[in-house]
Design a protein around this ligand. Structure first.
Ligand SMILES: [Zn+2]
Ligand SMILES: [Zn+2]
Length: 204
């Protein structure tokens, strides 16, 4: 997974034990223990950012925060584009009827909107609309991931139990039922742990 922040590219890679990070073409370096949750400060050029490790049921996932905003992931093909010379920002400048309109600094690589430094999203790459659309896509992908894993696990367990029943093999029924219960217990425990951690974060 990765993010384009200004002219930098941040990539995270998780192995069993370590979360590793690479900025631009640096080699991947261990950044945090894969199972430790919390906030890890990070410097991107001259900006301070945070990698937030959160629980997603029984696994950890990562978010990147800049200036108090969660930045949606982006493919490495998304790169910062500067506006052509002598173009104007297409954002709303209420003061522009009095002063000259603001010169554009950036060009959204997704929709090609021209924006000044004030109107570009916090990643300094996308326009606010494309930034928000990417955030919604991330949220949807996360919801699908959350349901797919447990459903697959429970489905396999139930399937095994049914097969055992059809073949009249008690042991297989037992294994299937146990696997199903295990998935449900893990998901329920993960869910309550997640809520507890969210409450603790909110009270900080
Ligand atoms: Zn855009
Ligand atoms: Zn503007």
């Amino acid at each position: 997974m990765g993010w384009t922040i200004g002219k930098y590219r941040i990539e995270l890679k998780a192995t069993v034990d370590w979360l590793s990070m690479s900025i631009d073409d640096e080699p991947f370096k261990p950044f945090a223990h894969a199972r430790v949750l919390g906030d890890f400060p990070l410097r991107i050029g001259k900006r301070d950012a945070i990698i937030r490790r959160l629980r997603n049921l029984d696994v950890a996932r990562s978010e990147l925060w800049l200036d108090g905003v969660c930045v949606p992931e982006s493919p490495d093909s998304l790169i910062q584009k500067l506006a052509p010379k002598d173009t104007l920002c297409e954002g709303v400048h209420p003061e522009s009827f009095r002063t000259a309109a603001a010169p554009a600094k950036y060009l959204c690589p997704t929709c090609r909107k021209l924006l000044c430094a004030k109107h570009i999203a916090v990643d300094r790459v996308r326009c606010p609309a494309c930034f928000e659309a990417a955030g919604r896509a991330d949220a949807l992908a996360l919801r699908q991931l959350r349901t797919r894993g447990p459903l697959l696990g429970a489905g396999l367990g139930i399937g095994t139990a049914l097969l055992g029943a059809a073949l009249d093999i008690d042991k297989l029924v037992g294994i299937g039922a146990a696997a199903t219960v295990l998935v449900l217990v893990k998901v329920t425990m993960g869910y309550f742990q997640e809520r507890k951690e969210a409450r603790r974060r909110d009270s900080d």
